[in-house]
Design a protein around this ligand. Sequence first.
Ligand code: MV4
Length: 448
Amino acid sequence: MFEKVLIANRGEIALRIHRACREMGIRTVAVHSTADADAMHVRLADESVCIGPPPARDSYLNIPAIVSAAAITGADAIHPGVGFLSENAQFAEIVEAHGIVFIGPKPAHIQSMGDKIVAKETVSKLGIPCVPGSDGALRDAAHATAMAADIGLPVLIKATSGGGGRGMKVVESLDQAADAFNMARQEAKAAFGDDQVYMEKYLDKPRHIEIQILADGHGNVIHLGERDCSLQRRHQKVLEEAPSPALNAAARQEIGKIAVDAVKAMGYRGVGTLEFLYQDEQFYFIEMNTRLQVEHPITEAVTGIDLVRLQIQVAAGARLSLEQAAIQFDGHAIECRINAEHPRSFMPTPGRVTDYHAPGGLGVRVDSALYAGYAVPPHYDSLVAKLVVHGANRNECLLRLRRALEEFVIGGIDTTIPLHQELIAENDFLDGHYDIHWLEKSFLAKSD
Ligand code: MV4
């Protein structure tokens, strides 16, 4: 096992990784920007290295600085966390070229899954159901128009290097296809430096359901069930739950087995998430994430498994000792993402946290790097706490979540706690009746 892990991240996820390392007897190295000298992840780590000024491109995305910090401190592995360099294949390659283990998949898998066309082609061949669409990239405007006619309207044009929804164009009529193709290409070029786009049938009211998998690279693969991440605003997840209110045990077992078989055939190693759209009781693969995800704690809550611990173990070459049959799904879990933002305008609210009191009790977990007196810097993602609540069933989970949100005190800055309190009082939410558009089109629209 590793003796020392460098955590190339900040905030609650850096803390989450530190905690797993500590419990495994692994020493930790924090890296931080000058804006994060007082951050909790720096305080808790055994050692810390300042890697640059506040902008992320100069610090948390600064590959030479991070690799140097690992070399200087003698770290034998780097955990990239989420976001930042976590899905950068080149970073993974550079790390390994320095004789340091990258705690993540092989660079080739990060690379291939990062290209959405290659990802779809790969998993489709392995039996995963995909959204009907173009075979590969669209060549030109005429190809886009012909393809739209072929697939059947409406269709969606997406960037091959995209994800997160940027550069997507819905096409409702054939005479829009050429313009949409040209615009999508331009936007993709500007956003990702890659103008390749592809086309899919547009699904109008799907849920976003993702399957967590874990693979050891020795042929052992398990799935840890699904997460329903349909509640999003501008492609940012707001609240996630496991299991999905829309799935039954048979559907879960079926998609889980399909996912496991595909990931096994890929020779994948590490944690991973297959993202699906789910509509009319059909799954349609859209993307695979080759990293730990922010919402992993709800999976931990319903399975009792420490995903980060297992992620570190498989990166060190260990074999998975857990078999699929040993994974028991227990109860229901919900995560509320608490952001330093105004609860209605969603304007970021960096600044000093004057009071901090986290809720507790049975079934309540808070992952946060906040403390009273800490100043939330303006330079990074506004996520400041994850409230993760577990109950024996969805109703118990909801009652507990309401209680925990009432207890949570974050003083001095506005947060999205009040938004969550309103959200979980909505009948559609309580009934589990929501798709990917419900939050913006129904819940947030009514109070605008
Ligand atoms: C789609 C779709 C409808 N049909 N693909 C948005 C982000 C990107 N990762 C995939 N996205 C979508 N792909 C087809 N063929 C609708 C979305 C989408 C969405 C997906 C998941 C969660 C929230 C969303 C909000 C708007 C659009």
